[in-house]
Design a protein around this ligand. Sequence first.
Ligand SMILES: CC(C)(COP(=O)(O)OP(=O)(O)OC[C@H]1O[C@@H](n2cnc3c(N)ncnc32)[C@H](O)[C@@H]1OP(=O)(O)O)[C@@H](O)C(=O)NCCC(=O)NCCS
Length: 175
Amino acid sequence: MARGILRTDRLILREITLADLPFLHRIFGDAECMRYYPGIKSFDETGSWFQRLAFDSYANHGFGLWAVTDRQSGTLLGDCGITLQETSAGLEPEIGYHLWRDHWGKGYAAEAASACRDYALEALGRARIVSIVRPDNIRSQRVAERVHRRRETFVKAAGSDGDKVEFHLYITKKS
Ligand SMILES: CC(C)(COP(=O)(O)OP(=O)(O)OC[C@H]1O[C@@H](n2cnc3c(N)ncnc32)[C@H](O)[C@@H]1OP(=O)(O)O)[C@@H](O)C(=O)NCCC(=O)NCCS
């Protein structure tokens, strides 16, 4: 049975299981959902992504991308969670979120990400938690603006050709 991690007003975040992968692949195999990523993923690539950022991360760090589910029905809506990512400050915890597009526009991503922010600062005792967003991903920026306090810019290699891309780095520090 998947381990529950976080509870919000409308959501439960729990560990992802192999049974969730077909649904999660709808997101990662969809051109609109992956518009700000280098491309859509094959089912195997989606599996590798969650192997690294969910299953291996749970084992190595105790956190990772979690399943975002409707608290009442248990319906899987997407993923949101904390992974270690390279930023201008080194390797640090980052909140990521991906919802199936039927569930956009309801505030679920900001609700899940805010719970992850509090979990990182309080339960995990981290001094700082960030979100990395492409400047053209306006929907994601609006989520990050609801979740974080400060924004900086940093440049990292991205895209299929490894070109340098400027990202927004949204930051919340423990007060
Ligand atoms: C990024 C992503 C999760 C954002 O989804 P979203 O639905 O815009 O974000 P939220 O779930 O927080 O919903 C926010 C919207 O719901 C609205 N909303 C409706 N009911 C609400 C409620 N009860 N509470 C809060 N907001 C509510 C808000 O007004 C807001 O709309 P606005 O931005 O037009 O003002 C989604 O676009 C996605 O999955 N994209 C593909 C993957 C991706 O790019 N991930 C980010 C990588 S950095």
